[in-house]
Design a protein around this ligand. Structure first.
Ligand code: BGC
Length: 830
């Protein structure tokens, strides 16, 4: 390594720390260094193209992965992702996202794991371990406190040292310690006055100094803004290129004596270490024992794994007997006896399988609930009706469209072409073969559209430029969308779609369609980006009529399954949510269906919490998250009882937004104060309940809640103190549970540590201190031995700048959720 470093001159070193394009670092053949390629993350590996040309396996959303409460499953997900990365020539996966669910309004809630730092750290550890065992690097992100999206590039999050240590830094600390990640991504936001890429205290002090992190720190995309402060702050690599604050600017800063060359060398050493770890540095291939090719995990069947994780993540929130059918709970349904099922909801047909933004990947195929259930049920059992259309906006042209993009130069020459997965063109520093940004002038999206319904279809655009839209040869729109509102550099991605024209079309009759855009190139933009979309909305049917149709289908059926979901404009990177309501008339649809008296099962297809005001009026509520590409297969497995839904909530779900402990995610004058300190999630719900026993709101469903298809008895719990009193663990709780139901099942045994009463410490009354999954046959028992970390009895002492163990008589409580604790054992600490 030193040998390789010694061969590099200052300019090459500075260049090596700067992206050469959107996703990669430059190669340096003289020292046998190949170009290091990075890619998003976290539910799949998109690769270097933002298109369907190179499809990816799409696993369920990170909230879903966390809901499995199974770090081993996360590790297997990591193996698959490493396999996908290697297939696509990717060395580093830009994942996992381990920011916390501070508020349910956070736009990237679906992309993070939990409100609890311990659960987040455990799932993140499994994930990072798995990816890296496959010889691919990770960048744990976004370091730190990127917990909301509003003004994300500039917001200064004001966070007390205790909350920072006990909550927001904790998952990073656990993952650094337990999984030794090869990378960390520095966030866009500031923390306590310093933007994170420049945060010397947190990057050099805490991450490297205290925790011994030995990987590289990469900026979030476009986050690095100052050559000197970034390097001195500890940032190793500035992405994306080619124009970054490193490269030439860094070499110049060294020559001007503004930064020591030794600091540049340190950063280069870390990039070379990364290259050695991923096998991109000749002579040092596989230098890290973890990547020795022979030890790599076995080949993973991605489709099977996507389906397995989905069903293991589904959370059965409620499962009551239907009023008309007392006795057995509503689920599972018995496929042998079912005569008629009414499947309802727009998302049953057009499944929402992933959240928006950089987490997006393009799977080869998606199985919707309608397809999954149709395949699993005998013919003629299933009827389908939309019921309610949740989208009051246009969406990227998808269903029924076959599209491609043609790129032309100003003189009309065709430069290149690309297949499009839907109406979205997203080229970020990477263009179809033959196309350069300099020459690119016009993009034409062309193809056919075969409508599903007859009637008046609306077409529109998203993005900037001069647009011309034709349908069936007729020009329907010709006009300009300019820059005015582009606050976020990604506005063209996440901005509001503009309706432009309508056309009367006939079902099943294809029409030619074309959208031409003379692209706006923003002068001096740090990124060569082209983003524009053809948007579409099907004819608006009479909303009352749609609901009536669904209600009639439900009334005539034995079972009604209603799939409800947010839209792509609700859960995405780039903005926060403003409410937790299901869009459109979906709530009314559920209520009206339930009122028919037919056994009603609601499937909530959402990456993060939604209000479910009807939840007590229906027989069953199954939360399917964003279930990934095999959504419908996993749903059929679970609804029809082939498999048990295995998930438990990784975050408390409020009944109403107003009840949530943190509802403010918008900064004031550029600052967002984390005034609640260490009280987020269940920590806050419990504090409020203790302070206001009479009128504190109860959540809809507590952290840890989730039913299966069998019953469990907690038979015994025994605590064995650690032999080593100053070690990382307080001791081990051994819990014995028995499956008292009628079918085999899996139980997530949860342990919460309750603090001694009245010891004068201001801290959460209880916290998750361990968990384990066990399985048992009917009547069988299983034992879980769960180590309780010492950290669960510690607080961060702000004045001593150190962890402080609080001695006393604690209680280790074990059970099925935070609110369903079955056994309690005394744990003497200190
Ligand atoms: C996101 C990161 C992502 C990066 C590259 C950023 O906007 O915050 O999570 O890895 O883009 O796509």
């Amino acid at each position: 390594m030193e040998n390789a470093l010694g061969k590099l001159d200052l300019d090459t070193k500075a260049r090596l720390l700067s992206g050469q394009d959107m996703w990669s670092l430059p190669a340096v053949p003289e020292i046998g260094l190949r170009s290091l390629v990075m890619s998003d993350g976290p539910i799949g590996v998109r690769g270097v193209h933002w298109s369907a040309d190179d499809p990816s396996i799409a696993l369920p959303s990170p909230t879903a992965l966390a809901a499995t409460w199974d770090p081993e499953l996360a590790r297997r997900a990591g193996h698959l992702l490493a396999q996908e990365a290697r297939r696509k020539g990717v060395h580093v996966l830009l994942a996992p996202t381990v920011n916390l669910h501070r508020s349910p309004l956070g736009g990237r809630h679906f992309e993070a794991y939990s409100e609890d730092p311990y659960l987040t750290g455990e799932i993140g550890t499994g994930y990072v371990t798995g990816v890296q065992e496959g010889g691919v690097g990770t960048t744990v992100k976004h370091f730190v406190a990127n917990d909301a999206e509003t003004e994300r590039f500039t917001v200064d999050n004001r966070i007390g040292a205790r909350a920072l240590r006990e909550l927001y830094l904790a998952p990073f600390e656990a993952i650094v310690k337990n999984a030794r990640p090869w990378g960390v991504m520095a966030a866009y936001n500031s923390v306590n006055g310093s933007t994170m890429t420049e945060h010397r205290e947190l990057q050099r002090g805490v991450l490297r100094g205290e925790w011994g992190f030995d990987g590289f720190i990469v900026s979030d995309w476009l986050a690095a803004r100052d050559t000197v402060r970034d390097l001195l702050g500890g940032l190793d690599v500035a992405m994306p290129g080619p124009r970054t604050v490193y490269g030439e600017a860094l070499a110049a800063a060294v020559r001007a004596g503004e930064v020591p060359e030794a600091d540049v060398d340190e950063a280069v050493r870390r990039v070379l270490t990364l290259a050695a770890r991923v096998g991109a540095l000749e002579g040092l291939d596989g230098a890290d024992p973890a990547v020795a090719a022979a030890d790599r995990p076995e080949a993973v069947d991605g489709e099977a794994l996507a389906r397995e994780i989905a069903r293991r993540s589904f959370v059965l929130l409620r499962n009551e007997p239907a009023t008309a059918l007392p006795g057995r709970p509503a689920l599972p349904l018995d496929p042998a006896r079912l005569t008629s099922v009414a499947l309802l909801g727009a998302a049953a047909r057009d499944a929402r399988v992933l959240g928006g933004g950089s987490a997006q990947v393009f799977p080869e195929r998606v199985v919707s609930p309608l397809e999954g259930l149709r395949a699993a049920l005998p013919p003629d059992v299933l009827t389908y009706a939309v019921g309610a259309d949740p989208s009051d906006e246009l969406a990227p042209a998808a269903q029924g469209f076959e599209l491609s993009a043609t790129v032309r130069a100003e003189d009309g020459r065709t430069l290149g072409e690309s297949r499009l997965p839907n109406g979205e063109v997203r080229w970020l520093g990477d263009f179809p073969a033959g196309v350069t940004y300099e020459e690119l002038h016009t993009v034409e999206i062309t193809g056919t559209f075969t409508p599903r319904e007859s009637g008046r279809h609306t077409f529109g655009t998203r993005g900037l430029g001069r647009f011309r839209l034709t349908v069936d040869g007729k020009v329907l729109y010709d006009g300009v969308q300019d820059m005015e509102d582009a606050r976020d550099p990604f506005e063209a991605f996440f901005g509001e779609p503009e309706p432009r024209a309508t056309a009367e079309l006939t079902a099943d009759k294809p029409v030619r369609i074309s959208l031409t855009c003379v692209v706006v190139k923003i002068k001096d933009a740090p990124l060569q980006a082209v983003s524009l979309s053809l948007m579409h909305r099907a004819p608006e049917r009479d909303a009352d009529e749609m609901i009536e149709e669904a209600v009639a289908a439900a009334a005539a059926a034995e079972v009604a399954v209603v799939v409800v979901a947010p839209t792509e404009r609700v859960e995405s990177e780039g903005f926060d949510r403003s409410d937790l309501r299901l869009p459109g008339r979906q709530d009314e649809l559920v209520r009206r269906v339930a009122a028919t008296g037919t056994r009603t099962v609601v499937v909530v297809n959402s990456g993060s919490p939604v209000e479910m005001p009807w939840r007590e009026d229906v027989a069953a509520v199954l939360l399917s998250w964003f279930p990934g590409q095999d959504a419908g297969l996993a749903l059929a497995d679970v609804l029809l009882g082939a498999e048990e839904p295995g998930g438990r909530l990784p975050t408390t779900w409020p009944a109403r937004l107003a009840d949530a402990p943190v509802t403010e995610v918008r900064p004031t004058d550029g600052r967002l104060s984390y005034d609640e300190g260490v009280f987020i999630g269940y920590r806050a719900w419990e504090r409020r309940a203790a302070q206001r026993p009479q009128d504190a709101p109860a959540p809809a469903y507590w952290f840890g809640h989730g039913l299966g298809y069998t019953e469990w008895a907690y038979e015994s719990a025994e605590f064995t103190p650690a032999a080593e009193p100053d070690g990382d663990d307080l001791g081990t709780l051994t819990v014995e549970v028995r499956n008292t139901g009628e079918r085999a099942g899996r139980e997530v045994v949860q342990v919460y540590l309750e603090v001694p009463e009245g010891d004068g410490e201001e801290r959460p009354v209880r916290r998750l201190a361990g968990f384990a999954s066990v399985t048992a046959e009917p009547g069988g028992s299983a034992r879980a031995a769960i180590a309780l970390p010492r950290r669960a009895a510690e607080v961060w002492d702000e004045s001593a700048h150190a962890w402080r163990l609080i001695p006393g008589a604690y209680a280790a409580q074990t059970g099925r959720s935070l609110a369903d604790r079955r056994l309690s054992v005394r744990v003497a600490v200190g």
